[in-house]
Ligand binder design. Sequence first.
Ligand SMILES: Cc1ncc(COP(=O)(O)O)c(C=O)c1O
Length: 447
Amino acid sequence: MWSRRAFLRMSGAVGTAAFSTAAYKDVAAIEAASAAQSGRSAEDVAQDEFYWREIQEAFTLDRTLTNLNNGNTCPSPRVVHEACKRYMDMANMLPVQYNGMIGRNIQTVRRRLAAEFGCDVEELALTRNASESLQIAQNGLDLEPGDEILTTEQDYPRMLTTWDQRVRRDKIKVTRIQFPVPTTQDDLFQRFERAITPRTKVMHFCHITNLTGQLFPVQRLSRLARSRGIVTIVDGAHAFAHFPFKLRDLECDYYGVSLHKWLLAPIGNGLLIVRRENIAKTWPLQAVPDRQAGDIAKFEQIGTHPQAIRASIAEALAFHQAIGAERKAARLRYLTLRWANVIKNQPRVKMLSSLEPGQTWGVAMVGIDGVDSRALSQHMMDRYRIVVNAVNGGTAPNQVFDYSGLRVTPNVYTTLEEVDTFAQAMLDVAKNGLPAGTAQSAPRGRG
Ligand SMILES: Cc1ncc(COP(=O)(O)O)c(C=O)c1O
């Protein structure tokens, strides 16, 4: 059991390390703190503030602001940021020598990511973000005029735009399925099943959406697609390192991730997984010689780029593993339930995400009837210095949906005081409305 004395001893050690150059101790300290939790359930540890204090101290944040928009891009822990700067400095000494050397060492990163993710290293490519990963799949598949793509109205705007461009370029057809939120796995499955036609070639959907965090039945949809000869492209921008799963259990054809979201890697990191038999038939973003057609490395050909950004994924992964995927997911869920339970029964409050176990972790959305969500987001900033994203339904060609609210995304460094302040602020608005004259801000950073 992790005693208070042990915690203080440890946090003292970390405190010294935290402001010294030996930032790597952050991971060692977290590993030690996690080891001391063995035998306790993830849900139990999720409520242990001594443990999470250790994690909070691993970040250099502006604590005068509360960040509840981690769904856009997450800050890296100090140990990751320091590693990135170190590799940058190294590369700059003699780029042709050192940038290349760092690049060759990155095979270690691929190997470790594949092990964590539950896939084959020969099926994994590092990219700059989820947009790049998904567009490689979307633009890289051969499609004939009249071929059909099934996706949803709540898929990510850039991915919808990519399909719209292929409609113009290749005369394919795109069908966007609509669904209520929150909804069930069965409902989503049936909506896709009903929409399949003999011309359907691709099913493209999120693992969880960027809006309400709606979870999709990926394995069931992948099996359905495979049984009809349809390819699956899964948008996992928000899923990896957010809640535990193994890629091989999803059984999809393509999977794209943003590593600068929940893995906490530096900005500019993504991941693409391509099932082995699809590699040769998928065109890469930048051309490669024919002999490389079946090599996953072809998807990484983007010309000269900073290897430092990629190399520091190793530290981000070590940090993630030091906490543990189960503990992290349990904490994110605990933080979400902590604010949601305070406000969910207010008559004007509308929860737009499921609070059932196994459905929601760190992405959840809430609206207040009669309150404009952009004005509410601005109020949170003006009155409480809380950064939280307003989400409003758009019109085609963008995402189309008929709800609005705040998308609330805490992180492992978020304190209880921060979520409690948010909950009380929401309670106040639900009861009393917004102060007169609250301005609307433009929606920003939905991510
Ligand atoms: C569901 C979803 N897909 C794709 C993306 C694109 O990710 P990136 O900005 O890393 O390219 C995002 C970004 O927020 C997203 O939320």
